[in-house]
Structure formats: structure tokens, C-alpha cells
Design a protein around this ligand. Structure first.
Ligand SMILES: [Zn+2]
Length: 246
């Protein structure tokens, strides 16, 4: 093993010690590291869809078809803001259900809130960890059983408008494209030692970012580990500075 190959293995080993980096997503992980919020992925009514029960209003989230009793997962680490039996009509049905609103943080530090709704058996404390089971899919009398998943940005702790339909967006954004295109904040301070190492591309691994020119077999560069990128979903690193000439 060459010296360069050795340094690659050193950084990988260190990454394995980071629980943040390796947080699992039982429902699947999105390309940039957020978790998919439940066990099913069949998309029902999406962003700005219409429902005859709410004339003149549009849908402010993404509905995902999931059988009652299936698990719902936190898409990232977060703080529970509202854990209510009934949030704007999502209903509790006597099963400790309803809507659950959790404050999460993006990789750039910005906060946002996620609404997980039509739940039962909500089981959370004041904080949640990425991928944690937070509830189960509840019954839904109005049609197909589903998770209503909404995202509001920017974060607004005092705003109580959590309705799933509105004549305006009420701060919500397209939760499907949001979860596909954003990365969660990761704090390595508790469980990660800063590392500087020289790493090279190995095979055709999808290193992040994929369009950096210096990721070829002849060139090398320095990385540290303050930010979590999901290259092959097990290794995290942040590129620091320009690629050195070799
Ligand atoms: Zn909905």
C-alpha cells in the first residue's frame, strides 16, 4: 500500500467514528443526506395540487401513500416545536396522532420546519435524531391513507398557520424538491476530530462535488472534515481550498 493509499484509509476510518455522518435513514436517504420521511414512496397529491374539498386553495405539501401503522422518520436532527393532538385539521383520532412540527437545520446553518401529518402514536421527546422513528401513519377518513409532508422556509417559530391547503403559500415551499436538493446541517464537534489528509479518487466513486476537475487519477488534494457530504453515503469530507499542482 502506498503512502497515498494509506492516507485514504485513515480518513475513512475516522469517518466511521462519526455517528452524525453515518446516521441511517430507514426510509432511504436523499442524494444530499436528508432522510426520506416514511416507508413508502408512492407520491399522491403534490405541491400546489388541487382538492375539491378545498376550493380555491392549493396543496402546501407532498402527500405520500403509506399504509396505516407504517413508520415516519425525522428527515434530519431537529427540535420538536409542536406535538399536538390536532394541528389544523390533521386530527388526533384518539391515537396520540395529528401533526408534528419539527425545526431542522440546513447545511448552511439556516433553519426550516417540517410538518409531518396524519399521524398516530407520536413518540418524540424535545429533540429528534436524523432517521429516528417519530410516529406512525394514522388513519385517514377522507380518502387514501397517506403522510402529508410540508416544508416551511424560513423558519418561523411563532407562526401557527400549518394548514395543508391555502390560498397563498404561507411560507411553505415545495417539500419534494426541497428534500431532494438540500443537505442537513451536521455538527461534528461532539464526535469528530479535525483531520487533514490527502485523498484521491478511488475507482468511479461519486465524490462530492462531482464536477471538481482535480478528481482524477493523477491529482490529489487536501480535505478536512467540518462538513458532511454524502459521497458514497458513508464518507464525509469538505474540500478546503484549491487543488494543489502536482
Ligand atoms: Zn396533503
Amino acid at each position: 500500500m502506498s503512502r497515498q493509499e494509506m492516507s485514504f484509509f485513515i480518513i475513512v476510518l475516522a469517518m466511521l467514528l462519526s455517528s452524525n455522518c453515518l446516521a441511517e435513514c430507514p426510509g432511504g436517504m436523499m442524494a444530499n443526506g436528508l432522510c426520506w420521511p416514511t416507508e413508502g414512496n408512492e407520491l399522491l397529491l403534490g405541491w400546489h395540487g388541487s382538492n375539491p374539498n378545498y376550493p380555491g386553495k392549493s396543496h402546501l405539501g407532498q402527500d405520500i401513500r403509506v399504509a396505516e401503522g407504517k413508520r415516519v422518520f425525522a428527515i434530519a436532527d431537529g427540535v420538536v416545536l409542536h406535538n399536538r393532538m390536532d394541528v389544523d385539521g390533521y386530527g388526533g383520532f384518539g391515537f396520540n396522532g395529528g401533526g408534528l412540527i419539527i425545526k431542522h437545520q440546513l447545511s448552511d446553518g439556516q433553519y426550516f420546519t417540517a410538518l409531518y401529518a396524519h399521524l398516530k402514536n407520536i413518540s418524540v421527546g424535545t429533540t429528534v435524531e436524523k432517521g429516528q422513528k417519530i410516529a406512525e401513519i394514522g388513519p385517514y377518513a377522507g380518502g387514501t391513507v397517506h403522510l402529508h409532508f410540508g416544508i416551511r422556509l424560513p423558519y418561523n417559530d411563532n407562526d401557527a398557520r400549518w394548514a395543508g391547503y391555502g390560498s397563498s403559500d404561507n411560507g411553505f415551499t415545495n417539500s419534494l424538491t426541497f428534500i431532494q436538493n438540500n443537505a442537513p446541517y451536521v455538527d461534528f464537534s461532539d464526535d469528530f476530530q479535525m483531520i487533514e489528509a490527502t485523498v484521491r479518487k478511488v475507482g468511479d466513486a461519486a465524490w462530492y462535488p462531482p464536477n471538481v476537475d482535480c478528481f482524477d487519477a493523477q491529482q490529489w488534494f487536501r480535505v478536512t472534515s467540518t462538513t458532511c457530504y454524502f459521497a458514497d453515503r458513508t464518507i464525509c469530507f469538505e474540500i478546503m481550498g484549491a487543488c494543489p499542482a502536482f
